[in-house]
Design a protein around this ligand. Structure first.
Ligand code: ADP
Ligand code: MG
Length: 708
């Protein structure tokens, strides 16, 4: 009988013969408690003994790996009190000194005669080659050609050799593993046998074998996750009835609100927008609630598409909700939605003219109590058509009369639970999730795998790419301010974005105020400057924005409040101060405020690039204005952890798979999962797969997913 993973997950490591109480504790520090944890504690790298450097050939300045035996070990104390441990190691070709500062315990860890692997940079001290504070891994009596090196083994004082010994026993105990992937798929995708892969990842016969093993096990991780997501999507569809929205003209023949809106726009929709609206309308008209992700580059016109979805709800007598992650963004959304819907009326037989203007309200924690009561009453009575807000919309006493469509502008901040809470505000309303900037397809498939995907892959015509310059020093900075002055002289306008202060909006507001005063007296003296930050009262903000829109202000000094919704085509230059503090997505979003007209636009990024990663971000911004490309770079730089965040159950299960490197595997896993679940929704014929999905989720969700 092959062993299911569930059984290994239930088997504590203490059951292994060679794992004593002390080892249990050390493994616990690595978050390894079960035999499955141990088996999926994969090597961080593999050392190929046949290709290791010999000490004789080491060159100063290079990074190297050597396997050598300790010949001398001593510790002493330097005059400044630091301890210095010094080892002399020998590999048959020559000697090398390894010096450790403040690691006196190394002498005990590596007594004379120990064989170990040393990683480090070769330097010279008093004419002798040495490594300073190299990474060390004990090899002991391992004989294989390729030695696995496990992560974090030093910190927990567990050596790779210990782990190898325990894992070898775990592999013996596990025996043959259950394989939930049907044979025909294994053949078609050219994947190895699972049991073989589990052995080869830990004790590879060759580097090729290790690679093939990794591919198979990474596939398994993605496959489980995709199967879970596809099932979640299906379960939601099965469970919920949803509203069949009316998308065309009313039964009485009145033209739909949506058509009114579209024909009233001062421009034609892009092809991508039309296609997106069609997809959304088809979902809305259908019997099941929509669960769709809308993504597109900055400036692609997502707001219009979202508004179209809200209007479909309103024209059928329902209400729409738009939820943003911060108050400032909610306020901006409120302004822009009111803006684009100004003048639109909905039929109302109770009035003299047979119609009334749409009512759009804003609800955040800042809404004064008296206004809040009025809004909530009107909402309950169905007089509010569209409610914009933050997660304040999620609290209990917010009651809609009939919530039809929910748009969530999410910026990676809302969790699955919060989305569910909002859905609960209506009878299965349709849900559209919007991301401010694109995320790579494989990431979308994983993070938003339970949603359908619509991509706006086209910008409205007439946009000119923004010329972006990273101003690395004071001289270049002067160039940026000069450009601002030139653009203003030419009749254009400018933004100055103040440094991001993560800790507090208040401090950020204060430093923006200081910068506003400083610039007005220095680099930008004589220009008409305005100040905008999130702590200003709403009225004041609107006044400043109005003055900037009308061209009365030439330069807007602002915090990140301008990130969304600010739209002044005459603004042709943006200076972002301390740009290295911002992430790529945010820089791209900010830069999207310029380049909205036909004139050539500029974006200056000030800052020195304090880390290699910051440097890479700023360089990427200089090189490209394509949000989809930048999203890939971002994923590359930050790794999947940040994208997956806390929302993703099963995120811990992605130990080998990389959303960056394993794009094809992600798609393959998605395809297989989709086909299997379509043919067998409760996975009755795939009990092993069902079993492994259960390991990723809690009982409550399992009951929901596997109910047939
Ligand atoms: P996003 O939210 O995708 O970044 P917005 O919805 O804010 O983009 O739209 C950016 C700007 O483009 C707005 O000024 C909007 O009025 C304008 N816009 C949207 N769609 C079109 C279109 N089809 N043609 C011309 N301009 C458009
Ligand atoms: Mg927008």
């Amino acid at each position: 009988m092959a062993t299911p993973l569930r059984k290994l997950a239930a088997l504590p490591v203490s059951e292994l013969n060679r794992v004593g109480p002390k080892a249990v504790e050390s493994l616990g520090a690595l978050e390894i408690t079960s035999v499955l944890d141990l088996l999926t504690h994969y090597p961080r790298r593999w050392h190929d003994r046949t290709r290791q450097a010999s000490i004789r050939e080491l060159r100063v300045g290079e990074e190297a790996v050597v396997v050598a035996t300790v010949r001398k070990a001593s510790a002493r104390r330097a005059r400044n009190g630091r301890s210095i441990a010094e080892l002399t190691v020998f590999d048959g070709t020559s000697y090398l000194t390894c010096t450790f500062f403040n690691q006196a315990w190394r002498v005990k860890q590596l007594p004379v005669g120990t064989e170990a692997i040393f990683f480090g940079k070769v330097d010279v001290y008093r004419g002798r080659r040495q490594m300073t504070n190299p990474l060390v891994d004990r090899v002991g009596d391992q004989t294989g050609r390729i030695i696995p090196i496990y992560p974090q083994s030093e910190k927990a004082e567990v050596s790779s050799r210990d782990l190898s010994v325990w894992i070898a026993e775990a592999l013996r105990r596990a025996g043959e593993l259950v394989d939930p992937l049907p044979d025909r798929w294994r053949d078609r995708l050219n994947l190895q046998d699972r049991t073989w892969a589990m052995h080869q990842i830990h004790l590879p016969d060759s580097i090729d074998a290790k690679d093939a093993a990794r591919r198979r096990l990474a596939f398994d991780e993605l496959f489980r996750l995709q199967a879970m997501l596809v099932m979640r999507k299906r379960a939601v569809e099965r469970e919920s009835k949803g509203i069949r929205h009316v998308v065309g003209p009313s039964p009485e023949g009145a033209p739909a609100l949506l058509d009114h809106f579209v024909t009233g726009l001062p421009f034609a929709l892009t092809g991508a927008q039309r296609k997106a609206i069609d997809e959304i309308c088809a979902d809305l008209a259908g019997p099941h609630p929509m669960h769709r992700l809308l993504q597109g580059d900055v400036g692609a016109g997502k707001t219009l598409v979202a508004v179209a979805a809200l209007l479909v709800a309103v024209q059928g007598g329902h209400q729409g909700a738009l939820m943003a992650p911060t108050e400032v963004l909610a306020e901006q959304h409120h302004l822009s939605v009111r803006d684009v819907l100004a003048g639109l009326e909905i039929p109302d037989p109770g009035t003299l003219m047979g119609g009334r203007p749409l009512r759009i309200e804003l609800l955040t924690n800042r809404t004064p109590a008296s206004a809040r009561v009025k809004i909530l009453d009107a909402l309950r009575a169905g007089h509010v058509d569209i409610l914009v807000g933050t997660h304040a919309l999620l609290v209990e006493h917010v009651e809609f009369s009939s919530l039809g469509v929910v748009v969530i502008d999410e910026q990676h901040r809302f969790g699955v639970e919060q989305r569910a809470a909002l859905r609960g505000k209506g009878e299965d309303p349709d849900v559209l999730v919007m991301t401010a900037t694109p995320i790579p397809r494989t990431a979308a498939m994983t993070v938003y795998g339970d949603l359908d995907l619509t991509t706006l892959d086209e910008l409205p015509p007439g946009r000119t790419p923004v010329k972006t310059v990273w101003s690395r020093g004071p001289i270049e900075e002067q160039g940026a301010w000069t450009r601002v002055r030139e653009e203003v002289e030419a009749g254009h306008q400018a933004y100055v974005v103040c440094p991001l202060v993560e800790e507090s909006e208040k401090i950020q507001a204060r430093s923006a105020t200081d910068e506003f005063e400083r610039l007005g007296a220095a680099e930008l003296a004589g220009l008409r400057l305005g100040l905008l930050h999130g702590q200003m009262p709403g009225r004041e903000k609107e006044e400043v924005m109005g003055a900037f829109r009308r061209g009365e202000l030439q330069v807007l000094v602002a915090t990140t409040v301008i990130e969304v919704g600010v739209d002044v085509p005459n603004a042709t230059v943006m200076v972002i101060e301390d740009a290295e503090r911002f992430g790529i997505a945010q820089l791209h979003q900010l830069r999207g405020r310029v380049g909205r007209g036909a004139a050539v636009s500029w974006c200056f990024l000030l800052g020195s690039g304090s880390t290699p990663e910051a440097e890479a971000r700023l360089e990427a911004m200089e090189q490209s204005t394509d949000g989809f490309y930048l999203a890939e770079v971002d994923l590359e730089l930050r790794g999947e952890g940040t994208i997956l965040g806390t929302r993703q159950k099963g995120r811990n299960d992605l130990k080998l798979a990389s959303l960056r490197r394993d794009k094809d595997l992600v798609s393959d896993a998605r395809d297989v999962a989709t086909q299997l679940v379509a043919a067998d929704p409760a996975l009755a014929g795939h009990p092993d797969l069902a079993d492994e999905i259960r390991l990723l989720i809690d009982d409550e969700e399992a009951e929901f997913l596997f109910k047939s």
